[in-house]
Design a protein around this ligand. Structure first.
Ligand SMILES: O=P(O)(O)OC[C@H]1O[C@H](OP(=O)(O)OP(=O)(O)O)[C@H](O)[C@@H]1O
Ligand SMILES: Nc1nc2[nH]cnc2c(=O)[nH]1
Length: 183
């Protein structure tokens, strides 16, 4: 059984897994074309980007490498703390590499503003961002995002890697939580 049995805990499904996969296939086509002559390194931001990384990379037809960073910007609640810390750094030296950062969601843009500045200082040949979801605040952020899956309304969502207090990441659809879950 997959995780779809917990779909009843969502008030509203915003994107189904089928919609997510279809959009990822489109984006993968763009990435394949853009990086046809490059040795691309995908950098996933733990924990949320695990699902996007796994699915996006398998929609790609070109060879890619993968590495991971863990960055903390949120506690167990639903608001940004504004505090960004590296919990796990890359294993790869990215100097001279073509790097695509893979995120599940951009909300305030605080996490990526910090991360991009940090990664840029390591002198990659190119540095771009792919995010599955983007919230309205993020559009005001100075961080330039090359590939966006879907724009979301300004609501707290879970599923497809996105958690509430550590749960719901394995929900295949993405949606808003039912009120009884918060209480
Ligand atoms: O644009 P921002 O407002 O900075 O928010 C975006 C960040 O928040 C989420 O991570 P979170 O800190 O919740 O960790 P997680 O990936 O382990 O769930 C998400 O994966 C982004 O990294
Ligand atoms: N789970 C989850 N994490 C986030 N981080 C920033 N925005 C969100 C959101 O809507 N849901």
């Amino acid at each position: 059984m997959d995780a779809s049995h917990i779909t009843s805990e969502l008030t509203r499904v915003l994107y189904t897994n089928d919609q997510v996969q279809a959009r990822l296939a489109e984006i993968a086509g763009e990435i394949d074309a853009e990086y046809a002559d490059s040795d691309l390194l995908l950098v996933g931001v733990l924990n949320g980007a695990v699902m996007v990384m796994a699915d996006l990379s398998r929609h790609l037809t070109s060879h890619v490498q993968m590495d991971w960073m863990a960055i903390s910007s949120y506690g167990s609640g639903t608001q940004s703390s504004g505090v960004v810390r590296i919990l796990k750094d890359l294993n790869t030296d990215i100097e001279g590499r073509h790097v695509l950062v893979v995120e599940d969601i951009i909300d305030t843009g605080l996490t990526l503003a910090y991360l991009m500045q940090n990664l840029q200082s390591r002198k990659p040949a190119s540095l771009e961002i792919m995010t599955m979801f983007r919230k309205p605040e993020a559009i005001k952020s100075p961080v330039d995002v090359k590939y966006v899956g879907f724009d979301l309304p300004n609501e707290f969502v879970v599923g497809y890697g996105l958690d509430y207090a550590g749960r719901y990441r394995n929900l295949t659809d993405v949606g808003t939580l039912a009120p009884h879950v918060y209480s």
